[in-house]
Design a protein around this ligand. Structure first.
Ligand code: CTP
Length: 418
């Protein structure tokens, strides 16, 4: 069985919104199903929901902090989390949805973290209304559900059965397994439909190291694992872009919905990039080798070779080449790996290579560099903007780069989530 069969929702981000109905207890099982399927789950609850199931329960099961208050005490600067959560999610699933929160969603109310997130979410929203039968069939509720449907919200109708009141009728929250299946089906529909702020845009991302051949068994390379580039490809695809990922030798699986071209040397990567040079957005995150053996050997160099020929010659600078023929409207993003004089060197590369943005990182800094799950970068723009990001998981750094550099999102709106 492959990893994706085992974890059908690997890399998917589910934001679960829980409102205050008796069926809220079922969300513990739902969180477990999503986690078992490999999804990353975050939870927002209305204050009333926390009377039915505790934030501690859902926080423990989701392995993430649960958000309840829109203005949490003692958390200065966290008020933009409703925006960050809305940008983060692939799906905002509200289950159970009470009559009260339903009417707030229809009205655009913004009195809790959950209702605020519903207004900022760029991802699809799915709701699972659950209430007593007579409420469920009331014309006010039916009309509110129709309104949500007409705005593109996926409404999973309640089931018929025994209700908390003791009555029998329609209004029961479906079992976690049914909600899980419905949400999974919706996620695969979304993946096929290419909607999102980058729909229709062609994005090329390069990732990983290159290998320069010394002889048939030896090469020059570097420590790049490709993680940053793969996360960038994933982040762009998730926003609806048509993504080509040109990858050096790495052992990572291809993000969903991304076309991958594997290459080995700088020359191979250059040729592959040239084939896509008219893309709308090109992000060169690959750690391209600057030198290659001038005369690679056709046969294995034996150890008794008195002095192996290790003469090196410079490789072509792929990004400088792209910059020299950048077309109108094309966006070029480069990376700068600097251990000393970072800002100055990065600004130099930004100008010399005719880039729109450059992402500066220093592998010597804590939380940054090769082989770590996190990175700490500074983004510099040709128009002198500068954004310093804190140490973040590479997936969140990728989201921030796409939001800031590609979509032009205000830096204040992409505060880290935790
Ligand atoms: N790059 C490239 N082709 C090369 C070398 C680098 O396209 N032959 C790209 C990288 O993918 C990155 C940017 O140029 O986006 C800067 O790479 P970096 O290694 O930081 O700098 P160099 O230009 O190689 O300069 P130096 O090694 O002197 O720092």
């Amino acid at each position: 069985m492959s990893a994706t069969e085992n974890k059908p929702l690997a890399g998917r981000r589910i934001l679960l919104g829980v409102t205050g109905g008796i069926a809220a207890y079922k969300t513990a099982g739902l969180v477990r199903l999503f986690k078992k399927a490999g999804a990353d789950v975050r939870v927002v609850m209305t204050p009333d929901a926390s009377r039915f199931v505790t934030p501690l329960t859902l926080g423990t099961l989701s392995e993430n902090e649960v958000h309840v208050e829109i203005f949490p005490e003692n958390e200065a600067g966290s008020w933009t989390k409703h925006v960050a959560l809305g940008l983060w999610a692939d799906l905002f699933l509200v289950a159970p949805l009470t009559a009260q929160t339903l009417s707030k969603l229809v009205d655009g109310a913004c009195d809790s973290m959950l209702t605020a997130v519903a207004l900022t979410a760029r991802c699809p929203i799915m709701v699972c209304p659950a209430m007593d039968h007579d409420m469920y069939i009331h014309p006010a509720i039916r009309s509110n559900l129709d309104t949500l449907s007409s705005r593109g919200v996926e409404v999973m109708e309640a089931e018929h059965g025994e209700l908390a009141s003791g009555l029998i009728g329609q209004g029961r929250l479906p079992e976690p397994e049914s909600i899980f299946e419905h949400a999974s089906e919706l996620l695969s529909r979304i993946a096929g439909s290419s909607s999102g702020p980058l729909a229709g845009k062609r994005v090329v991302v390069t990732a990983g190291p290159t290998r320069e051949r010394i002889d048939p068994v030896r090469f020059i390379s570097n420590h790049s694992t490709g993680t940053m580039g793969f996360e960038l490809a994933r982040a762009a695809a998730r926003r609806g872009a048509d993504v080509v990922l040109i990858a050096g030798p790495v052992s990572l699986s291809t993000p969903e919905g991304v076309r991958r071209v594997d290459v080995e040397s700088t020359a191979d990567m250059h040729a592959a990039v040239n084939g896509q040079a008219d893309a709308d957005i090109i992000i060169m995150s690959a750690a391209v080798a600057d030198f290659t053996p001038a005369r690679p050997s056709e046969s294995k160099i034996k150890k008794d070779a008195s002095s192996p020929d290790m003469t090196l010659k410079p490789t072509a600078d792929i990004l400088a080449d792209l910059g020299s023929r950048k077309r109108d409207g094309q966006l070029l993003v480069g990376f700068a790996l600097e251990t000393d004089n970072g800002l100055e060197n990065a600004r130099g590369k930004l100008q010399r290579k005719n880039l729109d943005w450059i992402v500066l990182n220093n592998p010597k800094k804590a939380g940054a560099g090769f082989g770590t799950g996190t990175n700490r970068v500074t983004l510099l723009a040709a128009d002198d903007q500068r954004v310093d990001l804190p140490v973040l998981p590479k997936s969140e750094v990728a989201d921030a780069i796409i939001e800031l550099a590609v979509l032009g999102t205000d830096p204040d709106a992409i505060d880290p989530l935790s």
